[in-house]
Design a protein around this ligand. Structure first.
Ligand SMILES: Nc1nc2c(c(=O)[nH]1)N[C@H]1C(S)=C(S)[C@@H](COP(=O)(O)OP(=O)(O)OC[C@H]3O[C@@H](n4cnc5c(=O)[nH]c(N)nc54)[C@H](O)[C@@H]3O)O[C@H]1N2
Ligand SMILES: Nc1nc2c(c(=O)[nH]1)N[C@H]1C(S)=C(S)[C@@H](COP(=O)(O)OP(=O)(O)OC[C@H]3O[C@@H](n4cnc5c(=O)[nH]c(N)nc54)[C@H](O)[C@@H]3O)O[C@H]1N2
Ligand code: SF4
Ligand SMILES: [Mo]
Length: 673
């Protein structure tokens, strides 16, 4: 039987899928044996990925909303020309900053490059992606301290690690295929520390579980730095030759003794000491960070505090060491790299006069020097009537943004909402125009995973019904708007332009033509698995210590005394649009609108398994089904993000640097219905 390789459409692991074909149609998904990251493995979502293709709910034709709220089918020409005319009129009347775009983290690099170039051609930097909602704080911290916003080491480096420290990650749910590397590491004698107020999700593997009080990670990481310094466990040579700012860092953590910090973190001082010693002396310690520490009021500082630990102990630039953000969506790393960001130009360049000039020379049009609006700013501006248009490619904000009531109000206020999607999402229902896109198997292009692996995804079948690839839709719209700078005839042509514009992607097109995947950046023409072996990417080559203080956020009150955290389960993906169409993933009777409750809280509140529970926050009220479990801390509750209603509760608090929402920390009250 014929087979063809592709990549899983879901998470940032970027697993290789080998499709078995019959008469040219894919009939079965299996793991690609020699794939450099997944090594033949897939999780249930990867195996089920084909099931969504045949879904009756797929969008088939462009649609326009009628005054009564229903949708009518229209032709592509009508849809594109009407959108172009409306866009032009609104820009002429209200200026380019009245328009906001979102790239899609399940779309290719080429599609994200196109949409950000289109936004900037219109004259605005209002272009965002889902990165704002998860690892933008990691990006900020990494850029500031080591000068490059991606994983320092690749995932297979775990086998060389002697200590793996997972922080705010539910790896077995969120990146399940990576657990094979944890097993390898354990076989080689590695120890595992898990920092998470729940779980441990890594229960099979964790040697030390620091069941921290939510939102207090900085205090813990500073206490670990305090132990490392006070017990003389720093790598003195590394600190002297490779870093700057040690004195300030040492001073800043003086007060963070494990004993003082216990009041904040509720972690026993002896456990903090054990963790710090293990981390410092293992010889090869790797930090893997999830969004449990970034979707927080001090998200960026959390990541900086972790990088301080790696710099103190020389855990950079060697096998089995480093700091790696566990990126979320299949192409969130790439979307940011190619410029789907309101604060960075392609290549992660800040919006400065010098950087604007260098890109303008290549693009041959003027770029705005004003920082764009972040996603949450777009929502607020839409409500205030300043933002008139949103153009969303593969993004479902009604379900995924905090404070759903506010998001719904914002989208209802727009003069023009265009949604490019494969399904009728909660967001598409608010659209004036819905543009149906071909799925990942029906178009080609490159995707960049959390491992810095740029993979070329082949087209397997033709676009179904009257759908079109995202890149073709954007090229057609640009043509209708009269922008010859965006006239492309293939994804490969766009990829060549990306490689010529973005320094870290330079040379990839030749390698990709040979192998179908290549790891960036190339150094002397070769892929590098370990970054920063002799210097960091900062202007002076030094790793910068960044002192950070723990700031208590007192969000709970008598009215809202409990902490709700939200996250993932292994069989559902984000807003569940796609996974809800895969019947093999659905267990009958299992609904995602539930809430995990500790048995002690359950008895205090008079709740038992299966009860309806009223959950209220400052932003809304919902009803969830009670699920009693011992994996939680007392006074803390967990609800999956997939069910669709939990974001009626979240809102308000943002990371102060990256303006990422604090999905991991909402003050709530709980009662029996
Ligand atoms: N099955 C599945 N996989 C996915 C996704 C999916 O929807 N489903 N989505 C993808 C995406 S977009 C992303 S971004 C990734 C996210 O993957 P992860 O980073 O694993 O994110 P979550 O599962 O949301 O939450 C991570 C953990 O943070 C913990 N946490 C909460 N508060 C705190 C705290 O204060 N401190 C610490 N240290 N931990 C805390 C939670 O208990 C939870 O276990 O997953 C990707 N993979
Ligand atoms: N409460 C709470 N909320 C959260 C989080 C949390 O932990 N808790 N996590 C946040 C995080 S980390 C993230 S990343 C966001 C995710 O938020 P979203 O990005 O809004 O969620 P997805 O479900 O991934 O939405 C992707 C959309 O793209 C569509 N799509 C899929 N493939 C394609 C394609 O090829 N082309 C096009 N045009 N569309 C396509 C899907 O049908 C879907 O509608 O949610 C955030 N929201
Ligand atoms: S781990 Fe992620 S990329 Fe791999 S099969 Fe599962 S969802 Fe797909
Ligand atoms: Mo994410």
């Amino acid at each position: 039987m014929e087979s063809k390789d592709t990549i899983c459409p879901y998470c940032g692991v970027g697993c290789g899928i080998t499709l078995v074909l019959s008469d040219g149609r894919p009939i079965k998904a299996t793991g690609t044996k020699d794939h450099p990251v997944s090594r033949g493995h897939l999780c249930a979502k990867g195996y089920s990925a084909l099931e969504i293709l045949g879904s009756k709910k797929r969008l088939t034709d462009p649609m326009r909303r009628k005054p009564d709220g229903s949708f009518e089918q229209i032709s592509w020409d009508t849809a594109i020309s009407e959108i172009a005319i409306k866009l032009k009129n609104i820009v002429a009347q209200h200026g380019p900053d009245s328009v906001g775009f979102s790239g899609g983290c399940l779309c290719t690099n080429e599609e994200n490059y196109l949409i950000q170039k289109l936004a900037r051609r219109i004259g605005t930097n209002n272009i965002e992606s889902c990165a704002r909602l998860c690892h933008q704080p990691s990006l900020h911290a990494l850029k500031k301290t080591v000068g490059f916003g991606a994983a320092s080491n690749i995932m297979s480096t775990m086998k060389d690690s002697k200590l793996l420290m997972f922080v705010g990650s539910s790896l077995t749910d969120s990146h399940p295929v990576l657990t094979q590397y944890v097993t390898d590491a354990k076989k080689n004698g590695a120890k595992v520390i898990d920092v998470d107020p729940r779980g441990p999700s890594l229960s099979k593997f964790a040697d030390i579980h620091l069941k921290i009080s939510p939102g207090t990670d900085i205090a813990l990481f500073n206490a670990m730095a305090n132990v490392i310094i006070s017990e003389g466990l720093t790598n003195k040579e590394f600190v002297k030759n490779r870093t700057s700012g040690y004195e300030q860092l040492a001073k800043s953590v003086e007060n963070y003794t494990p004993e003082k910090v216990e009041k904040i973190t509720e972690v026993k001082p002896e456990l903090v000491r054990q963790a710090a010693r293990l981390y410092a002396v293992s010889g090869a310690s790797l930090i893997l960070g999830g969004i449990g520490i970034t979707e927080q009021a001090q998200g960026t500082e959390n990541v900086s505090a972790l990088i301080n630990l790696a710099l103190l102990t020389g855990n950079y630039g060697k096998p089995g060491a480093g700091v790696c953000p566990l990126r979320g969506q299949a192409n969130v790393q790439g979307a940011g790299d190619v410029g789907a960001s309101s604060e960075f130009l392609p290549g992660g360049l800040p919006i400065t006069d010098e950087n604007i000039k260098s890109i303008e020379e290549k693009w041959q049009f003027r770029i705005s020097s004003k920082r764009g609006l972040t996603m949450m700013e777009m929502i607020s501006d839409a409500i205030e009537g300043k933002l008139k248009v949103m153009y969303l490619m593969g993004f479902n904000p009604v379900h995924s943004l905090p404070d759903r009531t506010k998001t719904e109000r914002a989208l209802s206020s727009l003069d023009l909402l265009v949604v490019q999607d494969i399904f009728m999402s909660a967001t598409a229902k608010y659209a004036h125009y819905i543009l149906p896109t071909a799925t990942w198997l029906e178009r080609e292009g490159s995707m960049t995973n959390m491992d810095r692996l740029v993979q070329w995804r082949n087209k397997i079948t033709e676009p179904s019904a009257n759908t079109k690839p995202d890149w073709e839709i954007l090229v057609a719209l640009a043509k209708s708007l009269g922008y010859p700078e965006l006239a492309y005839s293939s994804p490969m042509e766009i990829f060549h332009e990306i490689c010529s514009i973005i320094g870290t992607y330079a040379g990839l097109e030749e390698e990709l033509a040979k192998t179908h995947y290549v790891r960036y950046p190339l150094v002397n023409g070769k892929s590098v698995e370990i970054l920063f072996t002799d210097k960091f990417n900062t202007p002076d080559g030094m790793g910068r210590f960044t002192p950070v203080e723990y700031l208590p956020v007192q969000l709970t009150s008598d009215d809202y005394p409990y902490v709700l955290t939200t996250g993932r389960v292994v069989t559902r993906y984000n807003t569940d649009i796609m996974t809800s169409q895969a019947s093999s993933l659905l267990v009958s009777g299992v609904d995602m609108n539930y809430i995990d409750i500790h048995p002690d809280d359950a008895s205090k509140l008079g709740l038992k398994d299966g009860d309806d529970v009223r959950v209220t926050s400052r932003f809304g009220e919902i009803v969830l089904k009670a699920k009693i479990t011992t994996t939680l801390r007392k006074g803390m509750f967990f609800a999956p993000m997939h069910g669709g209603i939990v974001n009626y509760l979240t809102g308000g608090c943002l990371d102060q640097t990256a303006l990422t929402p604090c999905y991991k920390w909402t003050a709530v009250n709980i009662s029996k219905v």
